[in-house]
Design a protein around this ligand. Structure first.
Ligand code: DGT
Ligand code: CA
Ligand code: CA
Ligand code: ZN
Length: 613
């Protein structure tokens, strides 16, 4: 069981539940009252709106309803020293896998202990739930005394549910899920406003669970409406101002309700991130404030000792908007995408003081004037996947989106199936077709949309490109990308990429890490060297909007923008509808602190033409 000085309320609640479980295992009857006390304390800590650690700082641990004197004493030791001798003693000899197995609905501490004892060597500390699943699948639980086939089946079902909850959703799917629930919530007359919070509002590339807040004067009616959501498969929790449900796909959705007058604080708290909130709290404490999801407590400044502090009075300031909340702390409003404790708090302070180095003016979807990675169905005889939509349909979609230019970037012709001459022939044919499109789309010189003839070219393991020079000459500019040999050592990989980028026709390095979320880690690369090369040679890095890629990832975008490396946004559309994914590339750009100037395809057609020269 994890113990430390810096534990969040959730972690402390988990620890207290583990202690209760350990007591239960020792002697349920004898320890009856202790078990109840620890479980009550766990519930109380979980529902406490201030961080326990803050309350402890203020000497108010024993004021938390539900946390009795003796538990408070152990928690005090925990915050002081990072551990509790008593908790350690109680849980001595209990493998951590017991507590892991208790996360499976229907498995209590006794069953968990029995299973761990029985299958000792087969249940690892690394993945106890996965190991138990394997054991159950072999039918080995059914034959245990006191179990049987039905309980084995129930265990397998519960494991499936737990595992489903652990899989993180890709951003667009989490958004769709939240949109559906929010539209259901807005059907209630008691719900004034509903917002998606947490990692979804921060536009992280994957989302663990969906958090939704509601502004309402009637919390119980709002909660009732939420738990009546027709697609809910299960209600996990239904409290006075919070509730959680499970929706198909075993995804958890958390709801928090607050009155309009305090809604800004709720938005702020549950948008997170945890690290952002912790940093804010530290700053607030220095100013004599204590932050919670209800508002900010103004502590009595005259306090001296811990004891005096304990008796100090405090008053609660409420905030109906986030802007007021941040302003109260002396800061400008921070866009949710930046709330990762990566410098945004310092910037927000400078912003409010009118100093340089304030918050960036982040790029917006409206700024985007082009999509620079699109695959049409033009049969280029590639060994990769072709697009499904015609050039005509894609051009129409681009017009509908208000773009000034786009690039067709089909994969290069397969070099194992074609001679070099054939490759050049295919590319010339594509050039002719695109010239025609540009001509027909340019009635009376009243240019509507420029179509660039581009290509997404594989970078071979040695850094060469599978397209002869004569083929490259047919292009306006090229993208290069890694689609094979992902495992090269860093040095070789860097050489490989830089050598491909050295080709004069090559402007863009597409989906640079080549990661696939939940499937494949990114490549090893010397990013510093790449950024440096891009700056010196005017090459650009793509932010790919494919929901599985979102590549360049946000943290590398941040590194790149700090140095002034230019980025391009491309949807990698293989169907005209995928062109709507541009918003996700913009989200990544914003999480990487990118402004309009950092993104090449926010430039007008005329400016872009100049940049290509
Ligand atoms: P996720 O769900 O794993 O994608 O990530 P988040 O950021 O949505 O995290 P989640 O759902 O656990 O909590 C939502 C927000 O609530 C989180 O970003 C910050 C806040 N929060 C949750 N638990 C704690 C906590 O123990 N301490 C503090 N300060 N904030 C918390
Ligand atoms: Ca969440
Ligand atoms: Ca949550
Ligand atoms: Zn690609």
């Amino acid at each position: 069981m994890k113990m430390g000085k810096e534990m969040t309320n959730t972690e402390i609640a988990e620890l207290l539940r583990a202690v209760a479980a350990a007591y239960q295992l020792q002697d349920e009857k004898k320890n009856r009252f202790k078990i109840i006390a620890y479980q009550r304390a766990a519930d109380a800590v979980e529902h406490e709106s201030s961080e326990l650690k803050d309350l402890w700082d203020e000497g108010k641990l024993d004021e938390v309803p539900g946390v009795g004197e003796s538990i408070a004493k152990h928690l005090d030791e925990l915050f002081r020293t990072g551990k509790s001798k008593h908790f350690e003693e109680i849980m001595k000899g209990l493998p951590s896998s017991v507590f892991d197995l208790m996360k499976i609905p229907g498995i209590g501490v006794k069953t968990a202990y029995k299973l761990v004892e029985k299958f000792k060597s087969k249940i690892s500390a690394k993945d106890p739930i996965g190991d138990l699943e394997k054991i159950a699948k072999k039918g080995k639980i059914a034959i245990l005394e006191g179990f049987g086939e039905d309980s084995e089946k129930a265990i397998l079902n519960s494991i499936k549910e737990v595992k489903g909850r652990e899989v993180r959703l890709l951003l667009p799917y989490a958004q769709k899920l939240a949109d559906e629930i929010i539209s259901w919530l807005k059907g209630s007359k008691d719900i004034i406003r509903a917002d998606a919070l947490g990692s979804l509002r921060r536009r992280a590339s994957t989302v663990g669970d969906v958090d939704i807040s509601v502004s309402s004067l009637n919390a119980s009616a709002a909660i009732e409406h939420f738990t009546n959501y027709p697609n809910a498969t299960r209600i996990l929790e239904k409290g006075e101002r919070t509730a959680s449900i499970i929706v198909p796909g075993n995804k958890q959705v958390d709801l928090m309700v607050e009155k309009p007058e305090s809604y800004g604080s709720l938005l702020q708290h549950f948008t997170g991130s945890k690290h952002h909130n912790i940093a804010l709290r530290t700053l607030a404490l220095k100013k004599g404030y204590s932050v919670s999801d209800y508002g900010i407590y103004v502590l009595d400044k005259k306090r001296k000792s811990q004891k005096a502090l304990k008796n100090s009075r405090k008053s609660l300031r409420k905030f109906s908007t986030e802007e007021e909340f941040y302003k109260f702390l002396g800061m400008g409003w921070i866009p949710p995408e930046l709330r990762e404790d990566s410098g945004e708090i310092e910037s927000a302070l400078r912003s409010a003081q009118g100093k340089l180095g304030g918050l960036p003016k982040l790029v917006e979807l409206n700024d985007v004037k082009a999509d620079l990675q699109i695959h049409s169905d033009f049969d280029i005889e590639t060994s990769h996947d072709l697009g499904e939509s015609s050039m005509q349909d894609l051009v129409e979609k681009a017009s509908a989106l208000g773009y000034e230019y786009i690039a067709f970037t089909e994969h290069n012709p397969s070099h194992s199936k074609h001679t070099e001459d054939e490759i050049v022939e295919i590319l010339k044919k594509k050039r002719e077709i695109i010239d025609k499109i540009n001509y027909s789309y340019n009635p009376k010189a009243n240019r509507v949309l420029k179509v660039y003839n581009s290509l997404e070219i594989d970078i071979l393991p040695d850094g060469r490109l599978p397209v002869p020079d004569k083929g490259l000459e047919t292009l306006d500019f090229a993208l290069v990308a890694i689609h094979s040999s992902f495992k090269l050592a860093k040095y070789n990989m860097t050489r490989r990429v830089l050598s491909a980028l050295s080709q004069p026709k090559v402007k863009i390095f597409a989906h640079p890490t080549a990661r696939k979320l939940g499937e494949r880690e990114g490549i090893e690369l010397d990013w510093e060297a790449l950024f440096d090369f891009c700056l010196k040679n005017d090459k650009w890095l793509e932010i790919n909007a494919d929901p599985m890629r979102l590549d360049l990832p946000d943290f590398l975008v941040h590194e790149a923008t700090k140095l002034g490396v230019k980025l391009t946004l491309g949807t990698d559309a293989h169907h005209f509808e995928h062109m709507n994914n541009m918003e996700f590339a913009v989200s990544v750009a914003r999480r990487g602190w990118a402004e309009k100037k950092d993104i090449v395809n926010t430039r007008s057609f005329a400016e872009f033409e100049k940049m290509l020269e």
